[in-house]
Write a protein that binds this ligand. Sequence first.
Ligand SMILES: Cc1cc2nc3c(=O)[nH]c(=O)nc-3n(C[C@H](O)[C@H](O)[C@H](O)COP(=O)(O)OP(=O)(O)OC[C@H]3O[C@@H](n4cnc5c(N)ncnc54)[C@H](O)[C@@H]3O)c2cc1C
Length: 286
Amino acid sequence: MNELSPDFRMDTAQFDYVRVLYAEEAVNVLAQCGERGVVLAGGQSLIPQMSLRTSQPHVLVDLGQAIDLRAIEARRDRVTIGAMVTHAMIEDGLVPDPVVGMLPYVAHGIAHRGVRNRGTLGGSACWADPCADWPTALIALDAIITCLSPEGERRIPMTRFYPDAFTTALQPAEIATAIEIPRSSKQARWGYYKVTRTVSESADAIAAVVHDPERGVSRVVLGGLTCPPVVLGAVSEEIRERPPMPDAIRLETCTEMLSEIPALTDVNLHNYAFALSRALRTAFAG
Ligand SMILES: Cc1cc2nc3c(=O)[nH]c(=O)nc-3n(C[C@H](O)[C@H](O)[C@H](O)COP(=O)(O)OP(=O)(O)OC[C@H]3O[C@@H](n4cnc5c(N)ncnc54)[C@H](O)[C@@H]3O)c2cc1C
């Protein structure tokens, strides 16, 4: 029988495993192991990377039992969702929805139920895949991520959390503990559309639209590019001033709106114009 070349091995390199019960404990362990430590959330992105050996942590710090990271707090003006809350919990409505249906809708569109059962909001935000759903949705929602390190807690707007693709503003020994989403008003409208070939494949294009005149927030965000999600500034401003009539939302108009994004291939331009038109229609029709 042929032996597999080491390049095709699907087993992880050796690592130490630490299970923590609180976020603070995780941060302390990370501070002790320096760059060699990595936190494990739902494992849906990290474990495949470890199997491929593109990620080889020496110490794996498992957040699975950290109860404080599953806390959910609903306030009058915002809902705070623990980083370890799963996509499935959001899909099932176990999290009070601050934006009339948007969170369960986005969660439902992530992969299949097996992935949603284990994958977490914080894990998705911190993996920083530009093709993932939550980074785009959370930027559109004006969310804030709370982070904890040995120096204490800090809050970072999601619009400033991604300096690059697969890169976050987290410092060594710092973890995300929760994500805060402002409550929208009753007049708020939203639309979200993802172009993808199959449920398990990366998105080819994502468009998210949030328009809440009472809060003075209008935001159009595109995801699925090779860079972090992009806020379409001029389009967002235009929508805030003059919400589009559903009849006026055409593919050609949406193609023009994409002039803010340079160097899109024809196929990408079409995918994005399509995603944007669908998201705008959902937000403004009816
Ligand atoms: C087949 C398949 C299909 C998928 N399809 C989609 C899809 O359609 N849309 C989509 O959005 N996603 C998709 N995903 C990804 C999925 O949503 C993952 O759940 C998500 O990317 C990572 O979340 P996790 O909890 O599994 O994190 P993990 O895999 O455990 O961790 C991911 C990374 O984030 C870091 N991390 C995790 N939690 C924290 C924290 N609290 N603080 C700091 N760092 C942290 C880890 O160290 C690691 O580097 C898919 C995954 C699979 C396997």
